[in-house]
Design a protein around this ligand. Structure first.
Ligand SMILES: NC(=O)C1=CN([C@@H]2O[C@H](COP(=O)(O)OP(=O)(O)OC[C@H]3O[C@@H](n4cnc5c(N)ncnc54)[C@H](OP(=O)(O)O)[C@@H]3O)[C@@H](O)[C@H]2O)C=CC1
Ligand SMILES: Nc1nc(=O)c2c([nH]1)NC[C@@H]1CN(c3ccc(C(=O)N[C@@H](CCC(=O)O)C(=O)O)cc3)C=[N+]21
Ligand SMILES: [Mg+2]
Length: 306
C-alpha cells in the first residue's frame, strides 16, 4: 500500500482564498490593507525564489507590501536602521528579514531589533518565550503550517508519539513546542539532533515523524514505523535541478500511511501562514490604536481570528 500524499499546495490555496476574503473586508471596513515588508540582503539564490513566491502570494491575497533589497555588503548599522524605520512606520504591520543573512551580519541581533508585534516570523525571543509558555502570539510559519496541515487532513496528535528530527529555532524547536503544547498538539514529543546517537531508532518509534534536518534524501523506509505519518520539511535542489526533501519519498511512501511531498507539501503552507500572521498583526495593531468600533464591524462581517 502506498501512502496518501498530503497536498499542501491545495490546502495552502484554500487558506489563501479564505484570507483574501478577510483582507477584502478589512480593506473595505478599515480603509487600508494589512502590509508585509520583506528585507532581502544579498543575492542568495534560494532566498530570491522564496521572496518572489511570498510576493506573488501576498499580492493575490490583496495585501500591501514592499521588498527592501540591500546589497550583500550592507553594514549591520544600515540594516538595523532599516528595521528601525519599519518598526516606526504605522503603515507596516509585518516585517520579515529573510534568512540566511550574509555571514558578516549578526542575524540574532537583527531579529531581536524587530518590534515583536510586527515579528510575523515569530523569531523574536519575546514571541519564542510566549510560545514556550503556551501563550502563543506569532508562531513560526513552518511549524504553524504543519499543524494546520495535520488538522486539515484529520490527523490527530493527542496522546500519540511524535518525533521531530531537528531543533533549529526556525523549525525543529517551535515544532516540538507546538506538538507538546497542552490543548494544541498534546503529543508525547521527542526531539533528535546531531548528538542523538541513533536518530533512526528514535524515529522508528514515531506515529508522527517531522523531518527538519536539512539533509537531502536521508530518511528512508528504515526510519519509519509502518503506518506512521511523515512530514518532510526539508527542501534541497539536487544537481539535476530537481527539488527534494530530507526524506527519500518513494521509499518512505511504501511504509507510511500519509506523507508530504517536496515540493507541494509544507513549503506552500509556510507562505500561507506568513500572510495569516500579517493579517493578525494588522488586526492587533488596529485594536492597540483604539479601533475597537472598526474591529467590532470586522467581527460582524465574519472576520474573526483564525
Ligand atoms: N518548507 C519550508 O517552509 C521550510 C523548509 N526549510 C528546510 O528545512 C530544513 C531544515 O531547516 P533548518 O531547521 O533551518 O536547518 P538547520 O540546519 O538550522 O537545522 C537542522 C537541524 O537538524 C539537526 N540534524 C542535522 N543532521 C542531523 C542528523 N543526521 N540526525 C539528527 N539531527 C540532525 C541539527 O542538529 P544540531 O542542532 O545538533 O546541529 C539541527 O538541529 C532545510 O532543508 C531547510 O531548507 C526550512 C524552513 C522552511
Ligand atoms: N525570515 C525567514 N523566514 C522564513 O520563513 C524563511 C527564511 N527566512 N529563510 C528560508 C526559509 C525557507 N522557507 C521556505 C518558504 C517557502 C518555500 C516554498 O514555497 N516551497 C515550495 C516551492 C519552492 C520552490 O519552487 O523552490 C514548495 O515546497 O512547494 C520553501 C521554503 C522560508 N524560510
Ligand atoms: Mg535555514
Amino acid at each position: 500500500m502506498m501512502a496518501r500524499v498530503i497536498d499542501g499546495k491545495t490546502h495552502a490555496a484554500r487558506e489563501r482564498a479564505e484570507l483574501a476574503q478577510k483582507v477584502a473586508t478589512f480593506r473595505r471596513v478599515v480603509g487600508y490593507a494589512p502590509r508585509l515588508d520583506v528585507v532581502l540582503v544579498g543575492d542568495h539564490p534560494a532566498s530570491a525564489v522564496y521572496v518572489r513566491n511570498k510576493e506573488k502570494a501576498r499580492e493575490q491575497a490583496g495585501m500591501e507590501g514592499r521588498v527592501h533589497r540591500l546589497p550583500a555588503e550592507t553594514a549591520q548599522h544600515e540594516l538595523a536602521a532599516l528595521v528601525a524605520d519599519l518598526n516606526h512606520d504605522p503603515n507596516v504591520h509585518g516585517i520579515l528579514v529573510q534568512l540566511p543573512l550574509p555571514a558578516h551580519l549578526d542575524a540574532q541581533a537583527i531579529l531581536e531589533a524587530i518590534d515583536p508585534r510586527k515579528d510575523v516570523d515569530g523569531f523574536h525571543p519575546e514571541n519564542v518565550g510566549l510560545l514556550a509558555l503556551g501563550r502563543p502570539r506569532f508562531v513560526p510559519c513552518t511549524p504553524l503550517g504543519v499543524m494546520r496541515l495535520l488538522k486539515a487532513e484529520g490527523i490527530a496528535t493527542t496522546g500519540r508519539e511524535a518525533v521531530v528530527l531537528g531543533r533549529s529555532a526556525i523549525v525543529g524547536l517551535p515544532m516540538s513546542l507546538l506538538l507538546a503544547a497542552r490543548g494544541t498538539g498534546d503529543a508525547t514529543t521527542t526531539i533528535c539532533h546531531t548528538a542523538t546517537p541513533d536518530p533512526r531508532a528514535v524515529a522508528r518509534r514515531a506515529d508522527l515523524l517531522i523531518v527538519a534536518m536539512g539533509r537531502a534524501e536521508t530518511v528512508d523506509a528504515d526510519w519509519i514505523k509502518p503506518g506512521a505519518v511523515v512530514i518532510d520539511v526539508g527542501i534541497h535542489k539536487r544537481d539535476d535541478g530537481r527539488l527534494v526533501g530530507d526524506v527519500v519519498f518513494e521509499s518512505a511512501a511504501r511504509v507510511a500511511t500519509a506523507i508530504t511531498p517536496v515540493p507541494g507539501g509544507v513549503g506552500p503552507m509556510t507562505i500561507a501562514m506568513l500572510l495569516n500572521n500579517t493579517y493578525e498583526a494588522a488586526r492587533a495593531a488596529l485594536a492597540h490604536s483604539g479601533g475597537v468600533g472598526l474591529l467590532a464591524s470586522l467581527s460582524e462581517e465574519g472576520c474573526v481570528s483564525t
